[in-house]
Ligand binder design. Sequence first.
Ligand code: GH3
Ligand code: MG
Ligand code: MG
Length: 405
Amino acid sequence: MGLNVDDLSHEELVDAYRQLEEQVSQLGRNCELQRRQIKAIGRLTTRSTQVAELSKELNTIDIDEVVRIAVAQMPHLFTARYCSIFLYDYEINSLILKSHNHSEPISEEISLSKQPDTLMAIAVAADQPLLVENIDDFEETRGKAIERLKSDKYLTNSCLICPLMVGSGDSQRRVMGVLNLADRADGKSFDRDDLNVAIQLSELLGTAISTSLLVNEMRSLAETDGLTRLANHRVFREALEREVRRNDRYGTCFSLVMMDIDHFKRFNDEHGHLAGDHVLQQVSRAVRHTVREGIDLPARYGGEEFGVILPETGLTGAIAAGERLRSAVESAETGFRGESLNVTISVGLAEYNKGMTGSEFIDSADKALYQAKRSGRNQVFYWDSESGEPRLAPLISGTGAQASG
Ligand code: GH3
Ligand code: MG
Ligand code: MG
């Protein structure tokens, strides 16, 4: 039944008109709300796609790469100006800066025990992302000052701190690091949508970091000797073969030092195997600290034998290195359970000659080592390729005196 306008009084007409007006404006408000919801859903969908793409990219076992990708992508995902990632170091209970996009240096280390009032420590303690819409309000509700990453460049008072977690359940759950985001590029505060994305990321990044650390650890276990932490025999042989190929191709020089602890069987018999193991560790330390870090490759070749590959090193340099090694072991502090114990090593070395195989090369350094043993031990011999015989290494100035036997 239709409404006949002619039957209505003036007041009723005005009333009906007001109702209509109210309905139209309600409709308008609903439309606006829906428009905003659709926009938000659109934004969330885009971000979900971005998160999914990021998760594919993070499928790498290189920890540096994981962090690099994250720092490069986060500013887009959150339209944030600043991003930094800290990794958790269990031994010192601290967060260590791994990567950031700030133009100036920022704090390198945050101790969770000594700096509990930092945003990162608060977020880690709460085990969830911390959305700070306004740092001043946040401080007021907490009733104390907050230590922020030092920077004068922040344009807003808002940041999002996201602990990177792995595992589920109280006993399994571990913190791997923290992602910090500051300053939304649009000048607004981070919001609940950002927080939801941060929650997804917390697990994603935490797992990626944990996996790459685990793989690194396994690789390190497979490549190093358990007692001495030096490279093992396999890694040494592979590196030697690589260096042989490189040398044959590019014609640079390289040398090899082989070392063996003197009378070590007797040492074990007199002091026991535990003392022997301890001495092996101390000798390895001395060797590691005597060679060029990141250039030379020191390895445990066998029981009490060590080898060092010296890239880009000719005979003279190798003789100097051999003498430094001999002298470092002789003077190393190898005490065990209050007893002062000393060992010496005999050293044989050789410079690589083009065309030699890896085994032939080891053999020539071994012959020099054998001669060092025969000549009284605690000495350095080198392989003289011209005469095809081992010779006592001459004193090279600056390398200290050659031991007499
Ligand atoms: P030389 O001066 O001629 O080298 O005499 P040596 O007694 O050192 O030589 P030999 O090869 O006869 O003995 C090596 C000894 O090294 C035998 C073994 O007891 C000891 N050794 C090898 N590996 C280990 C280890 O991992 N721990 C301990 N404690 N001893 C080891
Ligand atoms: Mg031996
Ligand atoms: Mg020996």
